[in-house]
Design a protein around this ligand. Structure first.
Ligand code: SAM
Ligand code: DTB
Ligand code: SF4
Length: 348
């Protein structure tokens, strides 16, 4: 492979899909996964080469790819609402909503339609085009499908794009949510397969891939990304992008979260990631998933305008917009409006 830094790196056309998919040992017995990788678009080494390019070359390449597929000065706005907060049985080491950790997050019941409509209206008035509803569930329970479907239909009727993140989903549940009007389902791979087990023990990587298969089979758009800054190496960050970029097809929407350090979680004291490394991750996501909306996600409040501006330059073209993520803070509506105006970015 040509690794001259000024050359554009082209994706690989062939490789062994099984080698890519099974570099870890599932802990539970599992059904075969339907998602196939007939060809590996990017191999791990190519992604690592991108990560190690001189910063200016990486940014230049990411900008070129971005401008081939998107208008350079537009950012999509998605607002988030926690429709069911806290008390989650999973042990995700980053998450303030896990019942395993004492983070001060109170568990609450599923919100009703009126509360969700009020939040969606506020988001719409502020210019959001998509409304994402998140629940602190391991998986969607069949008894909740109808209730969630009613929330989705209500938001869809407000002429907003709809997104949900509710944990694992079966194929039938995915179909029911699609019928209710769900446009996107968010389910993150979160990290590279080889460190996944150090961060979450209550479900395996394959479970996540299976949920993404259910979402695809139901004809919905896939929103899947991960978290960086959890103490992973650069090669492991490349491993996360490798997994995402080789999904067939890759996700329409790719949230790149920076770990929000929450007191009480096992990852609270993780050494902060160099911001330039975060920007690199965005750029590599842009280059390897050229048509995806790459979302600059959690962690913006701690980032400052300059790092965010560099992320947009690196090809991020979506943000979570609104003064709260699920349980933690996010920049105020007005602050984001001012930042976008300062950068000459149009909200879409
Ligand atoms: N329970 C569902 C699940 O895990 O799929 C949906 C909600 S869960 C909070 C959605 C995503 O939020 C996680 O996959 C993770 O990527 C992100 N997240 C949670 N805690 C975070 C934190 N402290 N910093 C950054 N991202 C976080
Ligand atoms: C995603 O990738 N990030 C969002 C959304 N999908 C659901 C969630 C971020 C959560 C940050 C921690 C919190 O606010 O609880
Ligand atoms: Fe539960 Fe989701 Fe948090 Fe994991 S990330 S503890 S599944 S709410």
């Amino acid at each position: 492979m040509n690794t001259k830094t000024t050359d554009r790196i082209e994706p690989a056309l062939t490789s062994s899909p099984t080698e890519v998919r099974m570099s870890f040992s599932p802990k539970s017995s599992i059904e075969p996964i339907k998602t196939s990788r007939a060809t590996e678009r990017w191999n791990l080494q190519q992604i690592e080469v991108l990560f190690s390019l001189p910063f200016n070359d990486l940014m230049f390449q990411a900008q070129n790819v971005h401008r081939e597929h998107f208008s350079a000065n537009q950012v999509q706005l998605s607002s988030l609402l926690s429709i069911k907060t806290g008390g989650c049985p999973e042990d995700c080491g980053y998450c303030p909503q896990s019942a395993h950790y004492d983070t001060g997050v109170e568990a609450s019941k599923l919100l009703d339609v009126e509360a969700v409509k009020a939040a969606a209206l506020e988001a719409k008035k502020n210019g959001a085009s998509r409304f994402c509803m998140g629940a602190a569930w391991r998986e969607l329970n069949d008894r909740d499908v109808e209730k969630v479907a009613a929330l989705i239909s209500a938001v869809k009727a407000m002429e907003l794009e709809t997104c949900c993140t509710l944990g694992m989903l079966s194929a039938d549940q995915a179909k029911a949510l699609k019928v209710a009007g769900l446009d996107y389902y968010n389910h993150n791979l979160d990290t590279a397969p080889e460190i996944y087990g150090d961060i979450i023990s209550t479900r395996v990587y394959e479970d996540r891939l299976r949920t993404l298969d259910s979402v695809r089979s139901a004809g919905m758009n896939v929103c899947s990304g991960g978290i960086v800054g959890m103490g992973e190496t650069r090669s492991q960050r490349a491993g996360l992008i490798h997994q995402l970029a080789n999904l067939a097809p890759y996700p329409e929407s790719v949230p790149i979260n920076h770990l929000v350090h929450v007191e009480g979680t096992p990852l609270a004291d993780t050494k902060p990631l160099d911001p330039l490394e975060f920007v690199r991750t965005i750029a590599v996501a842009r280059i390897t998933m050229p048509k995806a909306h790459v979302r600059l996600s959690a962690g913006r409040q701690e980032m400052g305008d300059v790092v965010q501006a560099m992320c947009f330059l690196a090809g991020a073209n979506s943000i979570f917009y609104g003064d709260k993520l699920l349980t933690t803070g996010n920049p105020e509506w007005a602050g984001d409006q001012a930042l976008l105006a300062k950068l000459g970015i149009q909200a879409v």
